[in-house]
Design a protein around this ligand. Structure first.
Ligand SMILES: [Zn+2]
Length: 278
């Protein structure tokens, strides 16, 4: 490959984001840099309720999520249960550059009060290595189109890296919706689930680093660590297990396919062992 590895990797990761997603992120940041969102809301207040309603976009038309987790109840494996229950949540925390994430907002771009409590968990994959992903998120991205982040990364060895605190809004899925819900954080961009989502991304194995329909899948250590992260989020935010979904499903642009080669049975076994489903 002619490009330097670092550059190629960074561009590759950002390449996972659909154009609409980039625009959503661009809006987040450009509105902060120029006209604050509050000015838009004040404009609306001056226009009166009728005009405000006329400006409120219609809800998204998204397919109902049919969770693979709830299709069967596997027999609980006592050894697996013991191992997972004894597994502490060991987070390695890195500090993402502030250009790559934002605050969760309690008022949308149309002046409506909204609930920023995390209510959906989105699974992703990095496509490139864990180190490359960390490098991308810790690098300042003044260009809106390059801004991206997940809350947490899970490496092939089962290492858990917290990139963005769950209380903040990670830029994981721009033009997106879940079960008919999205949020407009600015009027100039499409709706997104980021304001009420948690994003976790699995490190892609070596044979999947690039485009392609699939790869050899994720390691047992990754499924263990992912289950531990999800258990924490499900309990902490009272999220229903059925609201664990994929970037492929929530993406409204139709361009996302991650996480590829994800085995829901591996996740189901572990969440069942921890008493979180079935
Ligand atoms: Zn993704």
């Amino acid at each position: 490959m002619a490009v330097a590895i670092g550059t190629g990797v960074t561009l590759g990761l950002v390449g996972l984001l659909a154009p609409q997603q980039r625009r959503e992120q661009s809006r987040n940041e450009s509105s902060l840099l120029s006209k604050p969102p509050v000015m838009d809301w004040l404009d609306d207040a001056a226009k009166g309720p009728a005009e405000q309603n006329a400006l409120t976009p219609a809800p998204p038309s998204s397919r109902k999520w049919d969770s693979p987790l709830l299709k069967a109840c596997p027999a609980s494996d006592p050894a697996l249960q013991q191992r997972l229950m004894a597994m502490p949540l060991q987070l390695r925390t890195i500090q993402a550059d502030p250009s790559n994430y934002g605050e969760r907002t309690m008022v949308d771009a149309h002046g409506q009060r909204i609930d920023p409590t995390p209510a959906v968990i989105v699974l992703h994959e990095t496509v490139y290595s864990l180190g490359s992903a960390v490098n991308t998120f810790t690098t300042p991205h003044p260009n809106d189109n390059d801004q991206a982040s997940y809350h947490t990364l899970v490496g092939q060895q089962g290492e858990i890296v917290q990139v963005v605190d769950p209380s903040k809004r990670a830029y994981g899925a721009g033009h997106s919706a879940f079960d008919g819900r999205w949020v407009f954080t600015s009027k100039h961009f499409s709706g997104s689930i980021n304001n009420f989502a948690l994003h976790v991304s699995l490190e892609t194995p070596a044979d999947g680093m690039g485009p392609g329909a699939g790869h050899s899948g994720y390691s047992k250590a990754q499924y263990d660590a992912l289950s531990r992260v999800l258990a924490d989020w499900l309990v902490r935010y009272h999220i229903e297990p059925r609201a664990i979904t994929t970037h492929r499903h929530v993406d409204q642009g139709g361009a996302r396919s991650d996480p590829r080669s994800f085995d829901w049975r591996e996740l189901q076994k572990r969440l069942t062992a921890m008493g979180l489903v079935c």
